[in-house]
Design a protein around this ligand. Structure first.
Ligand SMILES: [Zn+2]
Length: 461
């Protein structure tokens, strides 16, 4: 500190008792930190998942939109093509790869939740391994800090595709944060003003209601998402870089050496025309699905249609009632019943989902069909379960007769051993149907279908 500054400080200190006795002019309180305000908050699961949106993000940055990205995990259980590092060390590397990828596009603000990379298709396993409540608290904090107009995330649902449980979990958390961040009664310690100077616990954020949420699906087939949101060509040329958006996305992706070194090495050997052909793995256009808009606008209109600057009031989602069920009923449980509850709880009853439900599984693994059996009658009921399966599929357990006590909701599961898929199989796999029939006293009480596609490789169920 300079001598002049010290004297100034001394004068201020000596003057303080005097100042206290003088009436103060009203002073403007500090407002939220503008440096962290964004237009788009992207919420994904792993470093490199941002690639699902980078051709659009490059366009949004051209239009002077501010963008920040939240990663649910550091991707520590993925493969490493670039070196020997694994587990937490790989996570440390992938965090830097993600930051570098984003910086290439011009995005500098990225946050990482402390979720653990969970290799399965079951969103419930991922949510458990991410410490769901803690991750949600962190994400609500980031939404209140960044005040996004739009949240862009994975579609919460289960489909034939990579169908990564972590991808789904990021979409679940982002939807929950969309509905909670504007509620002053949710995580109120975040929106409490400081009680005294240097108060280390209360955060002095304000509630913030984002205006729209859009999803991108982690599914192979896109037909059920067509017309459910806007689409953006990846071939258009950026005004700022004079390059196609797919090219900017690819240049950003080059940071992910641990995930794609062999692919990137191959690219380095190609000329421009070959690269353009190869880059069609990013398809012609990005398709988004509108989750909800609190500011109107059309379903397939631009992401920012209907959005004007400034805060909007908190909107509590409309909860749809549970469907009425007969006194004795059987339903698919696990992630399938979770998503039915989730869509009702968050006003997402129009969100596309496959009917019958579907999944892709690796050959020679076990298909688990989780079930809820509900007995609302006043007496014990005998239930029998039978499965109709494609040739070569065999029930391991779970069929036959059992009883359910009065007023009980019982959980059960049928396990089916799937046939192997030969390594030299070249036929494109087609989904096949498994059907479970439930009866009581000779009467049908439910029929459940699940479409299953057998593959050489797939994440566990
Ligand atoms: Zn991922």
């Amino acid at each position: 500190m300079s001598r002049a500054a010290k004297i100034l400080l001394l004068l201020v200190f000596l003057g303080m008792p005097l100042l206290r006795t003088v009436a103060q002019e009203p002073q403007a309180l500090p407002s939220a930190d503008e440096r962290y305000k964004v237009d788009i908050l992207v919420v994904v699961a792993h470093p490199d998942d941002e690639g699902a949106a980078t051709p659009y993000l490059a366009r949004a940055l051209d239009e002077h939109r501010r963008v920040a990205v939240v990663f649910g995990t550091r991707g520590s259980s993925g493969a490493n093509e670039a070196g020997a590092e694994q587990a937490a060390s790989l996570g440390a590397i992938r965090e830097i790869e993600a930051r570098n990828a984003l910086t290439t596009l011009g995005i500098t603000n990225a946050w990482f939740l402390d979720g653990k990379d969970t290799a399965s298709q079951n969103v419930l396993l991922s949510l458990a391994n991410w410490d769901h409540g803690e991750s949600l608290e962190q994400l609500v904090r980031i939404v209140r800090l960044t005040r996004p107009e739009v949240i862009l995330t994975f579609l919460p649902g289960t489909f034939i595709g990579e169908d990564h449980g972590d991808h789904q979990a990021s979409g679940v958390l982002a939807t929950e944060a969309f509905d909670l961040a504007g509620d002053p009664a949710s995580f109120p310690e975040q929106v409490a003003g400081p009680t005294k100077r240097l108060e280390p616990l209360l955060e002095n954020l304000r509630p913030w209601q984002p205006k729209k949420i859009y999803y991108f699906p982690d599914a192979d087939r896109e037909d059920i998402f067509r017309g459910k949101g806007p689409e953006y060509s990846v071939k258009e040329i950026s005004k700022s870089s004079k390059q196609a958006y797919w090219r900017m996305a690819l240049d950003s992706f080059r940071s992910h050496q641990t995930q794609a070194k062999s692919f990137l090495d191959k690219l380095a050997q190609m000329d421009e025309a070959q690269i353009e052909k190869m880059a069609t793995f990013w398809t012609e256009a990005l398709h988004f699905v509108l989750g909800k808009s609190l500011v109107g606008g059309s379903v397939t209109g631009d992401v920012f249609e209907g959005i004007t600057p400034g805060a909007i009031p908190f909107a509590r989602p409309e909860i749809s009632p549970e469907p009425s069920r007969p006194e004795l009923s059987v339903d698919l449980a696990g992630p399938y019943s979770f998503y039915a509850d989730f869509r009702r709880a968050h006003g997402l009853t129009n969100l596309p989902h496959p009917e019958p439900p579907e999944i892709a599984l690796q050959g020679h693994t076990t298909l688990v069909i989780p079930l809820w059996v509900r007995n609302r009658t006043g007496k014990t009921q005998e239930i029998s379960l039978a499965a109709s399966l494609p040739a070569g599929w065999t029930v391991q357990s779970g069929t036959g007769k059992f009883t359910v006590a009065p007023k009980q909701v019982a959980a059960t599961r049928i396990e089916v051993l799937l046939p192997a898929v030969p390594e030299n199989e070249t036929k494109k796999p087609e989904p096949q149907e498994a059907t479970v029939r439930a009866e009581s006293n000779g009467q049908s009480i439910g029929e459940i279908k699940l479409r299953v596609e057998l593959r050489k490789r797939a994440l566990p169920q």
